[in-house]
Design a protein around this ligand. Structure first.
Ligand SMILES: Cc1cc2nc3c(=O)[nH]c(=O)nc-3n(C[C@H](O)[C@H](O)[C@H](O)COP(=O)(O)OP(=O)(O)OC[C@H]3O[C@@H](n4cnc5c(N)ncnc54)[C@H](O)[C@@H]3O)c2cc1C
Ligand code: SF4
Ligand code: SF4
Length: 1004
């Protein structure tokens, strides 16, 4: 690992700073990358508690001769948020709204506040901060100001520079200063202010360079390259010194507060999806479309449509608004206050597209037209798809990836068609291709050619493409840096784009602010070559150790059977750092530590397998700490735009760890539960003593690692036992009540099953702790007329098990053994096309996910195709008119918490659909992430605090607010335990709700 060690600095920071001071190799590694292809190892990281704390850290860095890199969400695409500096991470604690003047539409915030969080707080006031960038869920205002970020609606709202009123900052010498409007004669700055001489010098520089600025600064709206010298040009009575800080990428000062201009919330909108049979025609039409006054015109090209169609999450959206097979779509959004006016403009758009010669019935290159999108939900889904553009592209699994470097050019609209055609030709000349998307309205289209930056020849192609592309952009009087900034990627090209005189002026600005290069050196001015491979994430000599892995990673390239490629799928875009919505990444929502987010974990894994964290880092204690709060919820599997599946990766680490160190007693008790459960069920009083005897839980905590603050699941004698061989309902050892239900089922059985059969898989948790759920599921299936099979393994009396508990502690051999038994027992049914249905989501979905990856056998894959959660089965049968189930009303409202794995596999909708089969039942899903229990996680003495905090984020408040007659529904064993533990309310499995409803119908 490069970068000097500075023990003196570390010591002083630890003594004098309140926040976290992180100098260990893993922490530094987690901050060595942003969303660019660069990697620079920082000296260390400070996560300050307050702005005063940050100022203290900066002063210490200055005193010790270290440089400083301010950082927000670290989502920059050009390498501006990596450096061999002391990183000050503002995102965890510097995130307050300091002032809000709703009437004056102004607010003052700290730099670490995330855009979506700010907008959530502003919404009740009818306001929003309108620079609506794609990374709104994790980008901070400090980072947005640092990059002069721009949103999709910049045509209406402008860039950050247009929306920042003032900035408070700590200068390089430690002086705090307020940057805002100065008036033409600096009268707005008090004579005694330390800012006076700086302001005077800056305005003088602006006056001196006025001619060059006029001649060389591109006139396009999307110009974020270099320093904003044009803000200093004379004749500006409204000169605002904050604007020189906007876009300065942390190189001039450390921002402590930002004053922002706010806008009224957007009302109803009208969107026209303009379809074109040729990409060129779409580009040509953009200049006419903007004359209709839209607030956004966003491009989606054919490759993007095809890639999005292949992603389950986006497929329905594509189907809803794409007609035929267009080469390009321009999404034109009208957002005036008056919806009638929006509709009038939409009609004019349709007329315009017709006038330009396009029609749905024209065929050939004139085929096209406008699909009206007025439904706000579909508009929202399209925005989501559009803003996920880059990530959709990055989901390719090959080693070559779309690389950003010319992705950000902006040209005047009249040249857009020519520019895109010529750049495409340049790509082809260099043997590559690109996908186009984003902001057609302002001529700033994103495009990333596919290159493999591990290869010298592709790096050479990158330089050739950049040089040719930027020369062309300059000829069009466009901008090479239209949105994402300069960083390492584009600073080298300032001389080409702005000329040497302005580049010297940029250097003067830097030196006037920061003569000793304290802040983020080597960005914007005096930057390294953009293709210096030593600064790449994959530098020369980058290579992963060949290792034996437990699971199948063959869909990816690289060492460990593809494990390397899977880990490298993380492109650091930071989507996992979100606070609300979906599941990913639940523990981060509590800790806000980079360590506890999928990105942090993936970075640690990548550095470990490539030997950058020292020998044996993969199975080290630090790696274990890195993954400790990963609850294996699989949220990332679905929600990470590039499909990083950390739950699976964690299995590899735990397996390596188990092999190296063996298992702790705690892990043995968790992993081997299916093996000792039959004995515990024979002596439940003994095994329950821990929760019965006063003080026993406390005593056992140190020994077993189970928190004394948690009761453990209660052992019982009357566990579920399946009958010998396949059985239908009457053959069950203990039919559940009420008896009239059993009689009814019996009657149905006598009528016959019409050939309808199903396997009910009894998992360990429901079998030993909550047999009522299995009884209920059996009752429902039988009541619906299915012949229910409950197979056993031919060779042993031990119940079937999916192996989940073994996987959760890294005992992959034991997990494999269990999985093989289950596959062998279930295969004969699967071979006959019979579905295997289970109640515990993590068990049954394990058959679809980990088990095939573990066994790598055809039989396991066939079982995967037939494994369904109970509700998926019922809903499918209902859709196919095979469900004959008499149900009666049992209540008015059900509040349902989805198990993380149900959400990760897109199966949660079937849970609510199944509940909706109950007449009169209003089903309300809780907007919740993980409940916090997550298998054994919530019981661990060292994880219980995080678990308790996780449950309070949304789940338990929703349960507590629910009226007492509301049914609380949760399919996960541990979710039900968490709810009971925190609220005293008993949550039910859907099977029991349906069984009650069946019983009610029979009782009538
Ligand atoms: C998938 C994807 C989509 C994107 N879409 C957009 C988009 O639509 N529009 C857009 O404009 N950008 C976009 N970006 C780029 C990036 O997300 C934005 O520039 C964002 O504003 C960066 O915010 P951040 O908090 O991550 O900043 P960081 O990356 O952490 O920092 C950005 C810069 O600001 C500086 N900085 C941070 N905090 C401070 C501070 N307190 N004081 C001084 N300087 C500071 C840093 O030093 C750095 O130079 C996208 C990136 C990705 C990966
Ligand atoms: S883990 Fe996924 S969501 Fe998180 S930064 Fe990496 S690619 Fe993005
Ligand atoms: S499995 Fe869950 S907790 Fe673990 S990294 Fe993925 S989203 Fe985060």
């Amino acid at each position: 690992m490069a970068a000097r060690l500075m023990p003196g600095l570390e010591r002083r920071l630890k003594a004098e700073v309140e926040g976290d001071v992180l100098f260990d190799r893993f922490s530094r590694g987690r901050y060595a990358t942003d969303a660019s292809h660069y990697q620079m190892m920082p000296l260390g990281v400070v996560v300050p508690r307050t702005v005063e704390d940050a100022a203290r850290a900066i002063a210490l860095a200055r005193a010790e001769g270290a440089s400083v890199l301010p950082r927000g969400g670290g989502t920059s695409q050009c390498g501006q948020s990596v450096n061999e500096s002391l990183i000050i991470d503002c995102s965890k604690s510097l995130n307050r709204i300091v002032e809000l003047d709703a009437a004056g539409r102004r607010c003052v915030v700290e730099p670490g506040i995330v855009l979506d969080d700010l907008n959530r707080a502003l919404k009740p006031h009818g306001l929003w901060f309108a620079v609506d960038i794609s990374t709104a869920s994790r980008a901070t205002i400090g980072g947005m100001a640092g990059n002069n970020s721009c949103g999709g609606r910049s045509l209406r709202y402008g860039t950050m520079r247009d929306n920042v009123c003032s900035i408070d900052a700590v200068l390089a010498d430690g002086t705090p200063a307020h940057f805002g409007p100065v008036g033409g004669d600096l009268s707005a700055i008090p004579a005694s202010s330390p800012l006076q001489p700086l302001a005077r010098d800056l305005l003088a520089l602006g006056a001196r360079e006025a001619g060059e600025i006029e001649a060389r600064f591109p006139k396009v709206q999307r110009r974020v390259g270099g320093y904003n010298l044009d803000a200093l040009a004379p004749g500006k009575n409204d000169a605002n010194l904050a604007h020189i800080l906007v876009g300065s990428e942390g190189t001039l000062a450390f921002t402590t507060k930002v004053e922002l201009k706010l806008w009224p919330l957007l009302g109803r909108r009208a969107v026209g999806a303009c379809h074109f049979a040729s990409f060129h025609a779409a580009m040509d039409a953009a200049q006419d479309i903007v004359k209709l006054g839209p607030i956004a015109v966003e491009l989606v090209d054919r490759t993007m449509i095809e890639l999005a169609s292949a992603i389950a999450m986006f497929r329905p959206t594509i189907q809803a608004f794409v007609r035929g097979e267009p080469d390009a779509i321009l999404l034109v959004e009208f957002g005036e206050d008056d919806q009638e006016e929006n509709l009038r403009r939409l009609k004019r758009l349709e007329q315009l597209i017709g006038d330009l010669g396009f029609g749905w019935d024209k065929g050939g290159k004139h085929q096209g037209g406008v699909v009206e999108v007025l439904d706000p939900a579909l508009q929202g889904a399209i925005t989501e798809l559009r803003t996920a553009g880059l990530n959709i592209m990055m989901s390719m699994k090959e080693e070559g990836k779309p690389v950003s470097f010319v992705e950000d050019c902006a040209v005047p609209l009249e040249h857009l068609a020519d520019y895109t055609a010529r750049l495409t030709a340049i790509f082809e000349k260099h043997g590559t291709r690109g996908t186009w998307y984003a902001h057609a309205s302002v001529g700033c289209l994103h495009v990333r050619p596919v290159l493999n930056l591990r290869l010298e020849k592709d790096v050479n192609a990158m330089r050739a493409i950049a040089e040719e592309a930027f020369a062309m952009v300059r000829a069009y009087k466009g901008s090479h840096s239209g949105e994402h900034g300069d960083g390492i990627l584009r600073s080298e090209f300032h001389e080409t784009m702005f000329g040497p005189e302005l580049v010297r002026a940029f250097e003067e600005v830097k030196d006037r602010f920061d003569p000793n290069g304290l802040y983020n050196p080597g960005k914007i001015v005096r930057a390294p070559k953009f293709d210096d491979r030593r600064l790449f994430r994959y530098p020369p000599g980058y290579r992963a150790e060949e290792t034996r892995t437990a699971l199948d990673w063959s869909a990816y390239a690289g060492a460990g059977g593809g494990f390397q490629g899977a880990v490298e799928m993380c492109n650091n875009n930071g989507a996992c750092r979100k606070e609300t919505g979906g599941v990913m990444c639940p523990s981060y929502r509590v800790t806000h530590d980079e360590r506890d987010v999928t990105r942090g974990r993936a970075n640690s894994l990548r550095l470990a397998i490539t030997g950058q964290l020292g020998p044996d880092a993969f199975a080290s204690d630090e790696m274990l700490q890195t993954l400790k709060l990963c609850v294996s919820c699989k949220g990332c599997r679905r929600e990470c735009p590039t499909g990083v599946d950390m739950a699976r990766m964690k299995i590899e680490v735990l397996a390596a760890r188990a092999e190296k160190c063996g298992l702790s007693l705690h892990d043995r008790l968790v992993g081997y539960l299916p093996r000792y459960a039959p004995f515990a069920a024979k002596l439940p009083w003994l095994f329950n003593l821990r929760d019965r005897l006063p003080g026993a839980a406390k005593l056992s905590e140190a020994l077993t690692g189970f928190s004394a603050r948690r009761s453990l699941p209660r052992w019982r004698r009357d566990v579920f036992v399946e009958p010998n061989g396949s059985s239908s309902w009457p053959g069950l050892s203990r039919p559940s009540t009420p008896s009239d239900l059993a009689q009814d089922v019996d009657a149905r059985n006598k009528r016959g099953h019409d050939g309808r059969e199903v396997v009910l898989f009894a998992d360990t948790f429901n079998r030993y702790f909550e047999r009522e759920n299995l009884d209920a599921a059996h009752a429902v299936l039988a009541a619906a007329g299915y012949r229910v099979h409950m197979p056993k393994h031919a060779g042993s009396s031990r119940p079937l098990c999916c192996g989940r508990t073994f996987l959760s502690v890294g005992k992959v051999d034991e997990a494999r053994r269990e999985a093989e038994r289950s596959v062998a027992a279930l295969l004969p049914y699967v071979a006959r096309g019979i579905s295997v249905v289970g109640l515990e989501p993590s068990c049954i979905l394990g058959f679809r996910d980990e088990i095939p990856a573990l066994l790598k056998s055809d039989a396991a894959r066939r079982l995967a195709d037939h494994a369904l959660i109970f509700e998926e089965f019922l809903v499918r049968e209902k859709k196919e008119n095979r469900l004959d189930l008499a149900l009666a009303a049992i209540g008015e409202r059900a509040l349902v918490h989805g198990h993380c794995h149900q959400k990760a596999f897109g199966a949660f909708a079937t849970v609510t659909d199944a509940l909706k089969l109950v007449p009169g039942l209003a089903v309300e899903p809780v907007e919740s992430s993980c409940c916090g229990m997550a298998g054994a996680f919530g019981y661990g003495a060292d994880t219980v605090d995080v678990s308790l905090a996780m449950r309070e984020l949304s789940l338990l408040p929703a349960v507590r607010n629910a009226p007492s007659d509301t049914l609380i529904v949760a399919d996960g064993t541990s979710c039900r335990h968490q709810i009971k533990d925190g609220t005293g309310r008993q949550a039910l499995h859907v099977a029991r709700v349906l069984a009650q409803s069946v019983a009610a119908s029979t009782a009538r």
